[in-house]
Design a protein around this ligand. Sequence first.
Ligand code: GLU
Length: 482
Amino acid sequence: MSQVRVRFAPSPTGELHLGGARTAIYNWAFARNNDGVFMLRIEDTDPERSTPENTAQILRSMRWLGLDWDEGPEIGGAFGPYFQTERFDNYVAALEKLKDNGSVYPCFCTPDELTAKREAARKTGGYSGYDRTCRTLSLEDARRRIDAGEPHVWRLAIPLDQEDITINDLVHGETVFPLTALDDYIVARTDGTPTYNFAASVDDTDMQITHVIRGDDHMSNTPKQALTIQALGAPLPQYAHLPMIWGPDGKKLSKRHGATSVEAYRDEGIVPEALLNYLALLGWSLDGETTVIDADTLTENFSMDRISKNPAIFDTAKLEWLNGVYLRDMEPAEFAPYMVEALAKEGLSDVGDYEQRTEWFHELAPLVNERIKLTTEIVPMIGFLFVDEVQIDESARAKVLDKEGAREAVAAAREALADIEWDLPSIESALQALPAQLDAKPRLVFQPLRVALTGTTISPPLFESMLLLGKEKTLKRLDATL
Ligand code: GLU
């Protein structure tokens, strides 16, 4: 068996979205599982919609997810270049080969003629593809018209002695495409540029791709590409078409359903391990029940035969739940950088601060990561530790501080804390006596303290928060509230 070589081939016409990311993950996992090569190829032949910014964004998203490629942009490799716009020589050479072996023919039909033919066919309900007028031109005629400079495209001559082509799709099984429904598709335009299907076929051939793993939406391109590869005299790769990802409404996942790009999820507080895990299991399963799976387990166990044939439904709540699992599982040293990054964005802390107070941050980490599902919840939860004075949230004030007994609770706490050592046992014993002393429910005593110190009703545990806030700030905030 030759070495497995797969490619992820995004068009840089937009950001890397969830569907693309999942395709990349499956290619990567399949390559790793087979000690094969995972290649990244940028299909940037659409000059109007392809941008370097999109390419950069795709590369960034892939690195963020931990999808390292063995060949491709910024890395190189023996089969480069890895941008289609830099591979025109290959397309020209392949076209020459097809001209030589008679698999393509020049077509001189003008756009107007083609439209008229299509209209006529539509009226009679007949075959609406190209009627193959130019396929019957003699070689001499064709040559003469080319030499005279007549504009022409090149079309693939679909075999007419063959009824269908069968692809053994690794997800969908044997798939038969009738050739009667297939056009002699254009491989090279009037200006000589290759069409998408032609470029992809040439690249998959030249780059010795063994498995084409891509979305279902490319299924209809497969017979065209397979016939082109056959015409080039190369062996066909194996194909695996992945079912689409649907939104909760059963329609293809799109912007209508909210964020769809990898970086949008990052910005909404998802960590890469969780997104990788979630997408990996969205259409593939380890054993039908596992929901938490790390990258190593994925690559060790990935196989095509466990890819689902049916569309997968994207479920934001499940992704967020999984994200919470990953956050909770993080060691303080792993979670702290997320806190620092989130705080730095708000100008509340920075790496220098973290380096100076590493231990303090590490004590804080488990108080936070057990209580959140998204990293965007970090600042609202612990921002109060990084400011001189807190802004009391108006609704928290109305609901808690303005209630009867709140003032007394704060005053009693102020007194109980005034002269103690500042460690957890001392804080605890000073405050735990208060409810009995005030003859009030613990919640009615402690919630006002929480609001006074943090400005909100949601925070890490109260006593730990006080410890980390420090004695001076704690007393100052209680005073301010009083
Ligand atoms: N450039 C195509 C896309 O982004 C890739 C199709 C393929 O993998 O063959 O959809």
